[in-house]
Design a protein around this ligand. Structure first.
Ligand SMILES: CC(C)(COP(=O)(O)OP(=O)(O)OC[C@H]1O[C@@H](n2cnc3c(N)ncnc32)[C@H](O)[C@@H]1OP(=O)(O)O)[C@@H](O)C(=O)NCCC(=O)NCCS
Length: 371
């Protein structure tokens, strides 16, 4: 019996605070006109001080689980793709697992910059299709505002915060994730990076003084690379699935720059209305941009069960990839779930586990000391 990995739920978490191009005019030497004509971006969301990559990820995951009608306790795997993880370690996915009370789930982060969501979706789908597990939550979540230099007009105008999540479930009905392609060219690692804070250049007063804890980007080479791989990746995945571009109902691209999307559309000889565009309102939310755009397209009725959709992205690494899916929706045995009850249960469970760990640590120490 063949197994398929259906996308059965989706959800987003978008911070309330909106930073417009007019606001940016007060912060750096730029204009709304420059930003709109060069990028298509008009505004972006900025996380509140109490929001982090993990809290946004957990909110998006819970919304997606509610939509799919899946209990957090039925999740087998959580993958968080992020360019702004909560810490180098532990994985943000582990923190999300605890926050949503996914007590049975394994959890790990996947690092492939803005392409991360596509790679994570493919990994989860392959685990489901192989029979290794039944239910996965894949999340793209970012607080890029925390690693952007708000005095650098070359980068700060581009990015925004937010999260998006998909629930994937095993099904014997054909549909869901069909094919994917994943690529990397590490010779371009230095054109888009966060230079310091890792093991090569640990954080020090010197790295902070030189601003090495901020996003570093060479815009033009990234632009050239992006315009090439968006069309190439889309063609490649469509061919691999044995389909042609005419079979594709919708393309959900990584949202970096409207001119990159126009160039991909020209390269594929497709009209712009085949592409979902949200960057005007959210900017580049890195790994979160594709699931946010997909959730919006589904909510607007642009993405319907049975549609063939290509997700295509690129980013630091350099990395790029594309994934072709037949859009489905919740499985027939969907249950009504009450996420707020699970969130409360998850908080109590987490507190209980923490108290138990402290108690055990204290009693073990007493025993070791002969107490
Ligand atoms: C960043 C990007 C928008 C810049 O647009 P561009 O048309 O390539 O512009 P350039 O870098 O050639 O800069 C043109 C001029 O505008 C200036 N400029 C840059 N940012 C500016 C801003 N926010 N406001 C006003 N002027 C700006 C530059 O300093 C430069 O001035 P100069 O000619 O006097 O040196 C574009 O290169 C891009 O989108 N690259 C890809 C970025 C990306 O997708 N990153 C994420 C990958 S996941």
């Amino acid at each position: 019996m063949s197994r398929y990995a259906h996308i059965t739920g989706w959800g987003t978490a978008l911070p309330e605070h909106i930073l417009t191009n007019q606001d940016l005019e007060q912060m750096v030497d730029t204009t709304d006109e420059w930003i709109v004509t060069r990028t298509g971006i008009r505004e972006r969301r900025i996380a509140a001080p109490d929001q982090t990559t993990a809290t946004l990820a957990a909110d998006a995951a819970v919304a997606a689980l509610k939509h799919a009608g899946v209990k957090p306790t039925d999740v087998d795997l959580i993958i968080v793709a992020s360019s702004t993880p909560e810490h180098i370690f532990p994985a943000t996915a582990s923190i999300v697992q605890d926050m949503i009370g996914a007590s049975r789930a394994g959890a790990f982060d996947l690092s492939a910059a803005c392409t991360g969501f596509i790679f994570a979706l493919n990994m989860a789908a392959q685990a489901i299709r192989s029979g290794s597990l039944d239910t996965a939550v894949v999340i793209g979540s970012e607080t890029i505002s925390r690693i952007v230099n708000w005095q650098d007009r070359n980068t700060c105008i581009l990015f925004g915060d937010g999260a998006g999540a998909f629930v994937l479930q095993a099904s014997e009905t054909p549909g869901g994730v069909m094919e994917a392609v994943m690529h990397s060219d590490g010779s371009g690692a230095d054109v888009l990076m966060l230079p310091a804070g890792g093991s090569k250049i640990p954080t020090s007063p010197d790295t902070v003084a030189h601003g090495l804890h901020y996003v570093y980007m060479e815009g033009r080479p990234v632009f050239r690379f992006a315009t090439r791989v968006m069309a190439e990746g889309t063609r490649e995945v469509v061919k691999k699935a044995g389909l042609s571009l005419e079979d594709i109902d919708l393309i959900i691209p990584h949202q970096a720059n409207y001119r990159i999307l126009e160039s991909a559309a020209r390269g594929l000889k497709l009209p712009m209305d085949k592409f979902v565009v949200t960057l005007d309102r959210y900017g580049n939310t890195s790994t979160a941009s594709i699931p946010i755009a997909a959730a919006e397209a589904a909510a607007e009725g642009r993405l319907k069960p049975g549609d063939k959709v290509v997700f295509v992205g690129f980013g630091g690494g350099l990395t790029w990839g594309a994934l072709l899916a037949e859009w489905t929706g919740p499985l027939p045995d969907r249950e009504e779930i009450h996420p707020e009850r699970y969130r409360l249960w998850a908080r109590l469970r987490s507190s209980g586990l923490r108290i138990r760990r402290k108690f055990l640590a204290a009693t073990t120490r007493e025993k070791e000391l002969g107490g």
